[in-house]
Write a protein that binds this ligand. Structure first.
Ligand code: ATP
Length: 263
């Protein structure tokens, strides 16, 4: 991997009462890469995302984003600095349109100044026009423009996931964290998602880190993978190394997967 790092975790530990969800994790994510975090259920993957995005303050260790220590900052501050995420369970505003869902997220980047609303309604209107046009532009880029006026939850599942990613992109991130983006997708949707993830990385100049249980996605698009088991890093490397790693096969992938890859 190249050395130009965008995200570094240094000795990250997260405990909940007596449970250590993540223990002494150190990783280095190169700028511009697509990387994966995998492991069995309960291994600590989402906890890592929650610490990076400020939902949890780490018990020990540091999160460095572009060299800046962001450990303990609020989710809002971290989003403003350029880290966006999606969640395992789709979190859209179900009764709002596709366009409105993206417009809400655009707000993070177009702040309303304190003196604007009392003094000048037209300025606020112009701000809304700016946000609307930015949201439409984004929908065009992710191929959802024709669905702008549909109610978000009326979309097929694969499109809802794409909308969730569009909302994350509306905050102008440099680093995008995707939590199980392929969950619940059929094979055709999964295939389209892989192309989509590569395309948005290139189009928006992103670094993308994903948590995923679908090994076709992980092995198909990730350049580097970290494997957690009970909060501990048990292996890291490119897909070819990970899928033949004995410890990873025992803890997570299983013999059946190893035989499938061999054939
Ligand atoms: N807020 C919390 N309070 C207490 N325990 C928690 C909390 N969040 C996570 N945990 C525990 O930490 C461990 C790691 O959970 P986490 O959700 O990070 O795993 P995961 O690898 O993302 O699993 P999955 O693949 O099932 O999503 C689990 O034992 C979980 O129950």
């Amino acid at each position: 991997m190249q050395n130009d790092s965008i995200l570094k975790l240094e000795g990250l530990t997260m405990t909940f009462g007596g449970l250590t969800a993540v223990k002494d994790l150190s990783i280095n994510v190169p700028k511009g890469s697509i990387v994966g975090l995998i492991g069995p259920n309960g291994a600590g993957k989402t906890t890592v995302f929650n610490v990076i995005t400020g939902f949890y303050e780490p018990t020990a260790g540091r999160v460095l984003f572009k060299g800046m220590d962001i450990s303990g900052k609020s989710p809002h501050e971290i989003c403003s600095l350029g880290i966006a995420r999606t969640f395992q369970n789709i979190r859209l505003f179900g009764n709002e349109t596709v366009l409105q869902n993206v417009m809400v997220a655009c707000n993070v980047r177009v702040p309303v100044r304190w003196w604007e609303p009392p003094l000048s309604l037209p300025l606020t209107r112009s701000k809304e026009r700016t946000i609307r046009s930015k949201a439409m532009d984004l929908l065009k880029k992710v191929g959802l423009e024709h669905l702008a006026d549909e109610i978000a939850t009326s979309l097929p599942y694969g499109q809802q996931r794409r909308l969730e990613i569009a909302r994350a992109l509306a905050t102008d991130p440099e680093l995008l964290l995707l939590d199980e983006p392929a969950a619940g997708m059929n094979p055709k949707e999964t295939h389209a998602l892989m192309d989509f993830i590569r395309a948005i990385r290139d189009l928006f100049g992103l670094t993308i880190m994903l948590i995923e249980h679908d090994m076709r996605v992980v092995m198909g698009i990730c350049e580097h993978i970290w494997v957690l088991d009970y909060g501990l890093l048990i292996a890291e490397g490119p897909p070819s190394f990970i899928q033949s790693n004995k410890r990873v096969i025992e803890a997570y992938l299983g013999e059946e997967y190893a035989r499938y890859v061999d054939n």
